[in-house]
Ligand binder design. Structure first.
Ligand code: NAD
Ligand code: UDP
Ligand code: UDP
Length: 324
């Protein structure tokens, strides 16, 4: 039988930063989209322009409870992603990662759906290998403040691979590295949103520690392309697969770019480093290039300009931005 082009797609966490972009992309591609979210960190504003769409449906639901719906594909994105939010109620974070994964895998098994897990570079913890390849097993504190998320996501990966081995489920696991763009929560504490909000207010940029720790930042449109391509890979390809931008930057460097691009007068202020803060992080994306023919194409300055404009419009409408 010919596979239908238009699918019924469930996006958990669909009202969040990444989920809302994914819902929009899937609708554009002609699919029916069921967005499931408990609005823990997500917002109606993120999906406001999708609400009237005839192929979009929204369900307020917590995925730690069973969900009975009929779908062809599942993107499991539900989970708070910023340290401030996932540490606010760490027990709920683990429940979302683990019980949520079990429920979504049980659902996928019953309806024979493909299922993609939004895993994270945090499964590598404070990595001992650089850049990180998928073969690195990670260096993770099991009892620290970040463990609810890191270990929760690691356990979810285990569940995904066991459902594959035990029940032959067609799974995909994406290890997402730091992603930024419009729809980020203005005060979820992530570095890009913090720095942009501070720069637009001409307030000091809070650099934690010496600012020499590194991350690699991927623009959200590039990430969406990667996730959708991963879902479309042949059934025998499960990953795990790194998705991210391999351009590595220190926090001081990203601070300087944001100050310059927003025309800000902000200074830099150092604050204590949070516990278990990884010193270096950068993806090796060779596997994604090989299997998806994918690599990010949005330049850092382009992505930052769009993100700064998004925050400026909503929170600092009277502030003028420098011309490109
Ligand atoms: P986000 O916090 O903006 O979105 C998460 C969404 O999940 C929110 O809408 C929230 O309300 C919802 N949610 C949380 N718990 C839920 C539950 N129990 N039931 C139903 N909905 C629930 O975060 P994001 O940045 O969009 O991240 C999406 C996914 O991608 C997460 O799984 C995250 O771990 C993963 N990820 C993101 C990044 C990044 O840089 N943004 C990096 C690595 C991994
Ligand atoms: N589940 C769900 N929706 C479904 C099917 C299952 O939420 O359509 C949940 C169900 O509550 C169960 C979990 O997924 O706790 C795992 O399902 P599975 O069939 O793997 O295990 P079992 O039901 O045997 O515990
Ligand atoms: N960070 C910072 N100032 C901030 C917020 C974060 O210097 O206002 C640092 C943080 O210590 C970490 C990096 O920026 O080293 C990325 O932090 P984020 O919370 O965005 O993501 P994650 O730590 O999960 O990669």
């Amino acid at each position: 039988m010919k596979e239908r082009d238009s699918k019924r797609v469930l996006v958990t966490g669909g009202a969040g930063f990444l989920g809302s972009h994914l819902c929009a992309r899937l609708l554009q591609a002609g699919h029916d989209v069921l967005c499931v979210d408990n609005f823990y960190t997500g917002s109606k504003a993120n999906i406001a322009r999708l609400l009237g769409h005839p192929r979009f449906e929204l369900l307020r639901h917590d995925i730690t409870f069973p969900l009975y719906v009929e779908v062809d594909e599942i993107y499991n994105l539900a989970c708070p992603a910023s340290p401030v939010h996932y540490q606010y109620d760490p027990v709920q974070t683990t429940k979302t990662c683990v019980h949520g994964a079990i429920n979504m895998l049980g659902l996928a098994k019953r309806v024979k759906a493909r299922i993609l897990q939004a895993s994270t570079s945090e499964v590598y913890g404070d990595p001992t290998e650089h850049p990180q390849r998928e073969t690195h097993w990670g260096h993770v504190n099991p009892v620290g403040l970040r463990s609810c998320y890191d270990e929760g996501k690691r356990c979810a990966e285990t569940l995904f691979f066991d459902y594959r081995r035990q029940y032959g489920l067609p799974i995909k696991v994406a290890r997402i590295f730091n992603t930024y763009g419009p729809h980020m929560h203005p005060d979820d504490g992530r570095v890009v949103s913090n720095f942009i909000m501070q720069a637009l207010a001409d307030a000091p940029l809070t650099v934690y520690g010496d600012g020499l720790q590194t991350r690699a930042f991927c623009y959200v449109d590039d990430m969406m392309e990667g996730l959708i391509r991963l879902m479309q890979t042949p059934p025998d390809f499960a990953g795990p697969l790194n998705l991210g931008n391999p351009q590595e930057l220190t926090m001081l460097e990203i601070a300087q770019r944001i100050v310059a691009l927003s025309g800000s007068r902000s200074a830099i202020e150092h604050r204590p480093s949070p516990s278990d803060d990884p010193a270096r992080r950068c993806p090796d994306i060779s596997l994604a290039q090989e299997h998806l023919g994918w690599r990010p194409t949005t330049a850092l300055d382009t992505g930052l300009r769009r993100t700064i404009a998004y925050f400026q419009e909503r929170h600092f409408p009277d502030r003028a931005l420098p011309a490109d």
